[in-house]
Design a binder for this molecule. Structure first.
Ligand code: UDP
Length: 239
Protein backbone atom coordinates (compact mmCIF):
# COMPACT_ATOMS: atom_id res chain seq x y z
CA UNK A 1 0.00 0.00 0.00
CA UNK A 2 1.37 3.41 -0.97
CA UNK A 3 2.68 5.76 1.72
CA UNK A 4 0.53 8.83 2.30
CA UNK A 5 3.15 11.42 1.34
CA UNK A 6 1.50 14.79 1.01
CA UNK A 7 2.46 16.49 -2.27
CA UNK A 8 3.79 20.06 -2.13
CA UNK A 9 2.03 21.41 -5.20
CA UNK A 10 -0.79 19.94 -7.23
CA UNK A 11 -3.08 20.85 -10.06
CA UNK A 12 -6.75 19.97 -9.73
CA UNK A 13 -8.92 19.64 -12.84
CA UNK A 14 -12.55 20.41 -12.05
CA UNK A 15 -15.11 19.95 -14.79
CA UNK A 16 -17.85 22.52 -15.12
CA UNK A 17 -20.34 19.90 -13.94
CA UNK A 18 -18.61 19.81 -10.54
CA UNK A 19 -20.04 23.32 -9.94
CA UNK A 20 -23.48 22.63 -11.34
CA UNK A 21 -25.18 20.64 -8.60
CA UNK A 22 -28.17 18.39 -9.18
CA UNK A 23 -29.66 20.37 -12.09
CA UNK A 24 -26.55 19.63 -14.18
CA UNK A 25 -26.04 23.11 -15.65
CA UNK A 26 -25.12 26.61 -14.52
CA UNK A 27 -23.84 27.27 -11.00
CA UNK A 28 -25.29 25.79 -7.82
CA UNK A 29 -24.67 27.82 -4.66
CA UNK A 30 -24.59 24.91 -2.20
CA UNK A 31 -22.32 22.85 -4.46
CA UNK A 32 -19.95 25.78 -4.92
CA UNK A 33 -19.81 26.44 -1.17
CA UNK A 34 -19.05 22.78 -0.33
CA UNK A 35 -16.41 22.54 -3.04
CA UNK A 36 -14.76 25.79 -1.93
CA UNK A 37 -14.67 24.59 1.70
CA UNK A 38 -12.90 21.40 0.60
CA UNK A 39 -10.34 23.38 -1.45
CA UNK A 40 -9.75 25.90 1.38
CA UNK A 41 -9.22 23.01 3.81
CA UNK A 42 -6.63 21.38 1.56
CA UNK A 43 -4.92 24.75 1.12
CA UNK A 44 -4.82 25.30 4.90
CA UNK A 45 -3.25 21.86 5.29
CA UNK A 46 -0.29 23.26 3.36
CA UNK A 47 -0.64 22.06 -0.22
CA UNK A 48 -0.13 24.59 -3.01
CA UNK A 49 -3.15 24.28 -5.28
CA UNK A 50 -3.69 25.34 -8.87
CA UNK A 51 -7.12 24.62 -10.35
CA UNK A 52 -8.06 24.35 -14.01
CA UNK A 53 -11.81 24.62 -14.33
CA UNK A 54 -13.94 23.46 -17.25
CA UNK A 55 -17.02 25.10 -18.67
CA UNK A 56 -19.36 22.28 -19.63
CA UNK A 57 -21.99 23.56 -17.17
CA UNK A 58 -22.36 26.61 -19.44
CA UNK A 59 -21.27 25.70 -22.95
CA UNK A 60 -19.15 23.20 -24.85
CA UNK A 61 -17.70 24.01 -28.25
CA UNK A 62 -19.25 20.92 -29.79
CA UNK A 63 -22.73 22.16 -28.73
CA UNK A 64 -22.11 25.32 -30.74
CA UNK A 65 -21.49 23.32 -33.90
CA UNK A 66 -25.08 22.07 -33.77
CA UNK A 67 -26.20 25.72 -33.70
CA UNK A 68 -24.36 26.49 -36.93
CA UNK A 69 -21.34 28.17 -35.34
CA UNK A 70 -17.87 27.39 -36.59
CA UNK A 71 -15.46 25.66 -34.24
CA UNK A 72 -13.27 28.65 -33.31
CA UNK A 73 -16.32 30.80 -32.44
CA UNK A 74 -17.97 27.99 -30.50
CA UNK A 75 -14.76 27.26 -28.60
CA UNK A 76 -14.38 30.97 -27.77
CA UNK A 77 -17.80 30.87 -26.12
CA UNK A 78 -16.74 27.70 -24.30
CA UNK A 79 -13.58 29.40 -23.00
CA UNK A 80 -15.66 32.33 -21.73
CA UNK A 81 -17.74 29.84 -19.76
CA UNK A 82 -14.62 28.52 -18.03
CA UNK A 83 -13.70 32.08 -17.00
CA UNK A 84 -17.18 32.53 -15.48
CA UNK A 85 -16.52 29.41 -13.40
CA UNK A 86 -13.06 30.67 -12.40
CA UNK A 87 -14.56 33.93 -11.14
CA UNK A 88 -17.24 32.07 -9.17
CA UNK A 89 -14.62 29.78 -7.61
CA UNK A 90 -12.31 32.68 -6.76
CA UNK A 91 -15.05 34.33 -4.72
CA UNK A 92 -16.27 31.09 -3.13
CA UNK A 93 -12.76 30.01 -2.05
CA UNK A 94 -12.01 33.43 -0.56
CA UNK A 95 -15.33 33.31 1.29
CA UNK A 96 -14.25 29.93 2.65
CA UNK A 97 -11.18 31.64 4.14
CA UNK A 98 -8.36 30.85 1.71
CA UNK A 99 -6.72 33.52 -0.45
CA UNK A 100 -7.42 32.82 -4.12
CA UNK A 101 -6.61 34.38 -7.45
CA UNK A 102 -8.35 33.79 -10.78
CA UNK A 103 -6.19 34.06 -13.88
CA UNK A 104 -7.42 33.83 -17.45
CA UNK A 105 -5.52 32.42 -20.42
CA UNK A 106 -7.59 34.86 -22.50
CA UNK A 107 -6.72 38.36 -21.30
CA UNK A 108 -9.67 40.26 -19.84
CA UNK A 109 -7.86 42.53 -17.40
CA UNK A 110 -10.87 44.30 -15.95
CA UNK A 111 -12.27 40.95 -14.76
CA UNK A 112 -9.20 39.07 -13.56
CA UNK A 113 -5.46 38.74 -13.93
CA UNK A 114 -4.11 37.39 -17.20
CA UNK A 115 -2.28 34.09 -16.94
CA UNK A 116 1.49 34.34 -16.82
CA UNK A 117 3.53 31.39 -15.57
CA UNK A 118 5.85 33.35 -13.28
CA UNK A 119 3.01 35.23 -11.68
CA UNK A 120 1.08 32.03 -11.10
CA UNK A 121 4.17 30.50 -9.47
CA UNK A 122 4.49 33.55 -7.20
CA UNK A 123 0.87 33.28 -6.11
CA UNK A 124 1.27 29.57 -5.41
CA UNK A 125 4.39 30.04 -3.31
CA UNK A 126 2.56 32.79 -1.40
CA UNK A 127 -0.14 30.28 -0.48
CA UNK A 128 -2.84 31.52 -2.83
CA UNK A 129 -5.10 29.06 -4.59
CA UNK A 130 -4.72 29.88 -8.28
CA UNK A 131 -7.77 29.29 -10.47
CA UNK A 132 -7.02 29.08 -14.15
CA UNK A 133 -9.80 29.99 -16.57
CA UNK A 134 -9.75 29.99 -20.35
CA UNK A 135 -8.18 26.53 -20.71
CA UNK A 136 -5.17 26.75 -23.01
CA UNK A 137 -6.51 29.97 -24.57
CA UNK A 138 -6.86 28.26 -27.94
CA UNK A 139 -9.74 26.65 -29.82
CA UNK A 140 -9.66 22.90 -30.62
CA UNK A 141 -8.43 22.12 -27.09
CA UNK A 142 -10.16 21.08 -23.90
CA UNK A 143 -9.63 22.06 -20.30
CA UNK A 144 -8.23 18.56 -19.71
CA UNK A 145 -5.37 19.53 -22.04
CA UNK A 146 -5.13 22.88 -20.24
CA UNK A 147 -4.81 20.96 -16.97
CA UNK A 148 -1.99 18.75 -18.26
CA UNK A 149 -0.21 21.78 -19.76
CA UNK A 150 -0.41 23.87 -16.58
CA UNK A 151 0.46 20.95 -14.32
CA UNK A 152 3.64 20.43 -16.36
CA UNK A 153 4.70 24.08 -16.62
CA UNK A 154 3.87 24.87 -12.99
CA UNK A 155 5.89 21.86 -11.75
CA UNK A 156 2.96 20.19 -10.06
CA UNK A 157 3.69 16.80 -8.50
CA UNK A 158 0.25 15.45 -9.27
CA UNK A 159 -2.60 16.19 -11.65
CA UNK A 160 -5.78 15.42 -9.75
CA UNK A 161 -8.68 14.71 -12.06
CA UNK A 162 -11.94 15.19 -10.18
CA UNK A 163 -14.75 13.03 -11.57
CA UNK A 164 -18.03 11.53 -10.38
CA UNK A 165 -16.44 8.09 -9.82
CA UNK A 166 -13.70 7.21 -7.35
CA UNK A 167 -11.07 6.09 -9.85
CA UNK A 168 -10.38 4.20 -13.06
CA UNK A 169 -12.34 0.95 -13.50
CA UNK A 170 -11.89 -2.09 -15.73
CA UNK A 171 -15.26 -1.15 -17.29
CA UNK A 172 -17.95 1.47 -16.66
CA UNK A 173 -19.12 0.74 -13.09
CA UNK A 174 -22.49 2.36 -13.81
CA UNK A 175 -23.36 -0.20 -16.51
CA UNK A 176 -21.15 -3.19 -15.60
CA UNK A 177 -21.55 -4.48 -12.01
CA UNK A 178 -18.47 -6.73 -12.36
CA UNK A 179 -16.19 -3.71 -13.00
CA UNK A 180 -13.32 -3.37 -10.53
CA UNK A 181 -11.29 -0.30 -9.60
CA UNK A 182 -7.55 0.01 -10.20
CA UNK A 183 -5.56 1.16 -7.18
CA UNK A 184 -2.72 2.16 -9.49
CA UNK A 185 -1.54 1.61 -13.04
CA UNK A 186 1.08 3.00 -15.40
CA UNK A 187 0.54 5.32 -18.34
CA UNK A 188 1.55 2.47 -20.67
CA UNK A 189 -1.00 0.10 -19.09
CA UNK A 190 -3.74 2.69 -19.45
CA UNK A 191 -2.99 2.97 -23.17
CA UNK A 192 -2.65 -0.80 -23.67
CA UNK A 193 -5.97 -1.46 -21.92
CA UNK A 194 -7.60 1.51 -23.69
CA UNK A 195 -8.76 3.02 -20.38
CA UNK A 196 -10.11 6.54 -20.76
CA UNK A 197 -8.29 8.50 -18.05
CA UNK A 198 -8.41 11.89 -19.81
CA UNK A 199 -8.95 12.85 -23.43
CA UNK A 200 -6.28 11.67 -25.86
CA UNK A 201 -4.38 14.94 -26.29
CA UNK A 202 -4.40 15.62 -22.54
CA UNK A 203 -3.25 12.12 -21.68
CA UNK A 204 -0.42 12.24 -24.26
CA UNK A 205 0.83 15.52 -22.78
CA UNK A 206 0.61 14.21 -19.20
CA UNK A 207 2.47 11.04 -20.15
CA UNK A 208 5.23 12.92 -22.02
CA UNK A 209 5.67 15.24 -19.03
CA UNK A 210 5.87 12.26 -16.66
CA UNK A 211 2.91 13.49 -14.59
CA UNK A 212 1.16 11.33 -12.04
CA UNK A 213 -2.60 11.54 -12.65
CA UNK A 214 -4.85 10.92 -9.65
CA UNK A 215 -8.45 10.11 -10.56
CA UNK A 216 -10.85 10.60 -7.64
CA UNK A 217 -14.47 11.47 -6.89
CA UNK A 218 -15.32 15.03 -5.90
CA UNK A 219 -18.89 14.00 -5.01
CA UNK A 220 -18.31 13.53 -1.25
CA UNK A 221 -17.56 16.47 1.07
CA UNK A 222 -13.88 16.77 1.98
CA UNK A 223 -12.78 14.43 -0.83
CA UNK A 224 -9.94 16.62 -2.11
CA UNK A 225 -8.33 17.21 1.29
CA UNK A 226 -8.61 13.46 2.03
CA UNK A 227 -6.96 12.40 -1.23
CA UNK A 228 -4.13 14.88 -0.68
CA UNK A 229 -3.56 13.33 2.75
CA UNK A 230 -3.18 9.97 0.99
CA UNK A 231 -6.52 8.84 2.40
CA UNK A 232 -9.67 8.42 0.38
CA UNK A 233 -10.19 6.30 -2.72
CA UNK A 234 -8.43 7.11 -5.95
CA UNK A 235 -6.54 5.56 -8.85
CA UNK A 236 -2.92 6.63 -9.30
CA UNK A 237 -1.72 6.62 -12.94
CA UNK A 238 2.06 6.87 -12.87
CA UNK A 239 4.99 6.94 -15.34
N1 UDP B 1 -12.13 25.26 -24.70
C1 UDP B 1 -11.25 25.67 -25.71
N2 UDP B 1 -9.91 25.63 -25.46
C2 UDP B 1 -9.37 25.20 -24.28
C3 UDP B 1 -10.27 24.77 -23.28
C4 UDP B 1 -11.62 24.81 -23.50
O1 UDP B 1 -11.67 26.07 -26.77
O2 UDP B 1 -8.15 25.18 -24.14
C5 UDP B 1 -13.58 25.37 -24.93
C6 UDP B 1 -14.17 24.17 -25.67
O3 UDP B 1 -15.18 24.64 -26.51
C7 UDP B 1 -14.76 23.35 -24.54
C8 UDP B 1 -15.27 24.41 -23.60
O4 UDP B 1 -14.27 25.44 -23.68
O5 UDP B 1 -15.83 22.52 -24.99
C9 UDP B 1 -15.44 23.99 -22.16
O6 UDP B 1 -14.34 23.25 -21.72
P1 UDP B 1 -14.44 21.67 -21.40
O7 UDP B 1 -15.34 21.01 -22.39
O8 UDP B 1 -13.05 21.15 -21.30
O9 UDP B 1 -15.14 21.71 -19.97
P2 UDP B 1 -15.53 20.50 -18.99
O10 UDP B 1 -16.02 19.36 -19.82
O11 UDP B 1 -14.31 20.12 -18.24
O12 UDP B 1 -16.59 21.09 -18.10
Amino acid sequence: RRKPVRPKRVLVKLSGEALAGPQGSGLDGATLTALAADIAKASHEGVEIAIVVGGGNFFRGLQGLTKGLDRPSADSIGMLGTVMNALALEHAIESAGAPARAMSAVPMPSLCESYARRRALDHLSNGKVVILGGGTGNPYFTTDTGAALRAAELDCEQLLKATQVDGVYTADPKTDPSATRYESLTHAEAIRKDLKVMDTAAFALARDAGLTIVVFSIAEAGALAAVLRGEGRATYVTP
